[in-house]
Design a protein. Structure first.
Length: 253
């Protein structure tokens, strides 16, 4: 299947925006048209199980992105990934290195990430709420955890809506349709040689700040940026500033 997506811009370079695990493609409202205005052909998609893309079969997110690029006739693209979207971007780059021109990773996870006891405990709280059928409380847990102090009520309301949509879609899917994770090693990540922006927020969960430090040392052409104002989702917390950050990075690629 083809992932649900939006297109903007007519530039020669393609940029793909990959959302976080608590969001869908709407999280890029503040950057989508700004990047198109900067001269890029911009694609934002809903990964399977998010937004308008259903879970209809076993799947691998990185291969779904490959199929989307094939559908659009894009041989190569810069990948911008937030959190879980960053994991998908890294998996794609490890498996299809010749199809990637650059990586911009915002509060990204890593295919090699080992969660701390604190993050595992947080996941246990979320699982318990979902098993109890208290989706509203599970949504609020995510909103409170992943948005930093700069997020206004509009951003909180949007994350609330996107996360609830993701829960509804994923919980309705048969267990056999769960995503199949790619096994990507640190050695494979170290061979990703394209320019990489690795940004993290000072108010983010410590696990993701540690991932940013690790990726900055592991990716050969990485540039580390610390956002002293940001939590886990800078694209929603300061949309204009994040758009400028991405535009400047991609202009230099």
């Amino acid at each position: 299947m083809t992932l649900s997506h939006d297109l903007a811009g007519q530039g020669p370079s393609t940029v793909v925006l990959l959302h976080s695990g608590v969001c869908d493609r709407r999280m890029w409202d503040g950057q989508f048209h700004a990047l198109a205005d900067a001269g890029h052909r911009v694609v934002r998609c809903d990964l399977r199980g998010f937004g308008d893309t259903p879970v209809d079969a076993p799947h691998t997110h990185a291969e779904d992105v490959r199929d989307l690029l094939d559908h659009l006739g894009a041989d190569r693209a810069a990948l911008v990934g937030s959190s879980f979207g960053g994991v998908v971007a890294l998996e794609f780059a490890a498996r299809h290195p010749r199809r990637v021109t650059a990586l911009a990773l915002l509060g990204s996870g890593s295919p090699c990430m080992v969660p701390s006891e604190e993050l595992r405990a947080w996941g246990g709280r979320e699982d318990a709420l979902l098993e109890a059928g208290d989706l509203d409380a599970a949504v609020e847990l995510n909103v409170d955890t992943w948005l930093g102090p700069e997020a206004d009520e509009t951003a909180r309301a949007l994350v609330r809506e996107m996360q609830r949509r993701a829960f509804d879609v994923q919980l309705a899917a048969p267990a056999e349709f769960r995503p199949v994770d790619l096994e990507v090693t640190r050695e494979e990540l170290a061979r990703i040689e394209v320019p990489a922006l690795v940004a993290s927020g000072a108010h983010d969960v410590p696990d993701f700040r540690a991932v940013a430090d690790d990726l900055a040392g592991l990716l050969p052409a990485a540039r580390r940026v610390d956002l002293d104002w940001a939590g886990h989702l800078p694209a929603l917390e300061r949309p204009d500033e994040t758009a400028r950050l991405l535009t400047a990075f991609l202009a230099g690629v």
